[in-house]
Write a protein that binds this ligand. Sequence first.
Ligand SMILES: N[C@@H](CCC(=O)N[C@@H](CS)C(=O)NCC(=O)O)C(=O)O
Length: 250
Amino acid sequence: MAAARLYALPASHPSTAAELMLERKGLDYRRVDLVPAVHRPLLRALRFPGITVPALVIDGRRVQGSREISRALDEISPQPPLFPAEASARAAIESAERWGDEVLQPIPRRIAWWALRHDRSGVESFLSDAKLPFPNPLAIATAAPVVALSARLNAATDQSVEADLAALPGMLDQVDRYIEDGTIGGADPTAADYQIAPSVRLLMSFEDLRPAIEGRPAGAHAVRIVPTAPGRVGPVFPARLLKPLRTNAA
Ligand SMILES: N[C@@H](CCC(=O)N[C@@H](CS)C(=O)NCC(=O)O)C(=O)O
């Protein structure tokens, strides 16, 4: 089988999920990072049906979306499995994976674009392991319009980020519950581990948020599944918006 090609964005958390699953399977792949916002028409030009990454070309197939990719990888290379064979165990993993994709994943995305729009000094750190087709200094120099457009396309508004930060303690509680009941965090990571951990890991890039996460099971799980992650952003959120997290931090 020819090497797979993974289309991603620098520091994109669902792209990290796809990359970790490819690594877990031991599949040969090359990651190609696209430029945020500009990547939408590019993915169409590459004959993907949608406008989001991760998007994977593997074994002659085009597979787009982190949940589609987890299933395709199990079909193409069944060992080690990303989903258990037994029906009720599989349903629990699928449900946690869906929650991680639909409920949790948009929150760090909006928070990250909002934060970078307010303080672009973090852009360079998010590019530390980028695989862009041009040098990072050029990406940094042209970051302002890319960040502004991405924030707009992802509805990373003051209102949405206020709501996201207020919802965050409840999200982290849910991740902790999944760990406590054994849905995620087992010795053999599943598609749900790979879906949820990169979102929590991205949130840990923010100095404002990290203290409320790192001491929790969700934080330890994120670091175990995603041992290295780019991105380090100093204080950026108004203190008022961080109150829900401070209250819940131990
Ligand atoms: N939830 C889907 C979609 C992922 C998604 O929205 N990816 C972002 C990057 S993190 C994207 O490509 N967004 C389009 C944009 O920003 O223009 C998945 O897990 O594959």
